[in-house]
Design a protein around this ligand. Sequence first.
Ligand code: PMT
Length: 400
Amino acid sequence: MTLAGKRIVLGVTGGIAAYKAVEISRRLVDAGAHVVPVMTEGAARFLGPTTLSALASEPVRTRLWDDPATPIPHTEIGQAADLILVAPATARIIAAYRMGLSTDLLTNVLIATRAPVMICPAMHTEMWEHPAVVENIAVLRARGVRIVEPESGRLAGGDVGTGRLADPAAIVAAVVREFAPRDLDGLSMVVSAGGTREPIDAVRVIANRSSGKQGYAIAEEAAARGASVTLVSTVERPVPAGVEVVRVETADQMHAAMERIAPDSDVVVMAAAVADFRPVRVAAGKIKKHAGIPEIELEPTPDILAALGERKPAGQVLVGFAAETDDLAANAMSKLERKRLDLIVANDVSAPATGFQHDTNAVTLFTRGEPPITLPLADKRTIAAGVLDKIVAIRHAAAG
Ligand code: PMT
């Protein structure tokens, strides 16, 4: 009963995904939580309050006024909560919460609480990608609001795109993690994320498909568990709360940043996809098409991880990733040895929904002299949690 004793306000707003709140509520109750359901008027058009009441811990509240139990339901609900979870969250509730508007019971509860707030957006892709929604989410994230990103898939009306409510199991896993012990308190950690870009000329680069999602998820999870985290990143993504970002572009720049930060870090995680080769010469201007097909001579980039492995301070946990398409175990183990790592996280990037760009990943954790651990397909934050659990175990084993 991982959520025993936790009082969770489940805010449900008016979208087609409102019906999934029933499963979320049931899972939270199964995990031991006391679920206080609050629905907006819009939500009640999609989901019968009686249904949600039956699967929550108390009857649904919808009104700010005329509550038979109390004249001030919003403060009582907000003050007593251990967490406010809004699932699904519409563009309207996200905007209202960002602005601090208090127009109905749920918006009042949201601003009458000091408990952590977790928002699970669900809307059409056009709405999710609208600059106003993007900005509102960025502001809420910067304030420390937890965002459970929507997934890609079928949306209402048969459209396909990003905006579908995250899987109820993933939402409940995020809630469970919220109450996880702060087992990285006091640790300093550096994480690399994204793909490096090696210039060919003034406009062209050699790049790869890394989105940085996996590296950012590790940084976000580590910060939530108490670590002081620096992200060395090549990509522009919303910065997780409490994480410091150092922007780089090339392998050389990433190398310099990692060499500077790693010696003072308790944990180093290289989740970035670093180019293995770069052009020997970078043309000053744009190489002209009419000059014929250019021959671009390549040279190897520095192996950042191997260099960090050579100078690893005592007690540091050094973690690499391995992006493989075949012989996963053999290739990963050889990288573990060659780069003197404590842990390598191998992903089969040819498998469906795994590795580059996806919101999900599936990995195997290899260490020396222990059986590998498989983390099955899950959102990248859940994978990050599994990787961090293993890092904690390595540190405990080293401490005796
Ligand atoms: O960013 P996403 O879209 O979320 O995708 C995640 C990911 C697929 C990029 C991530 O899960 C991953 O696998 N990252 C490592 C990719 C990679 O470069 O793997 P590799 O097997 O080529 O390299 C092995 C390790 O050496 C990696 O930790 C890499 O960061 C490091 N390396 C590689 C080359 C180099 N010149 N210097 C390095 O430090």
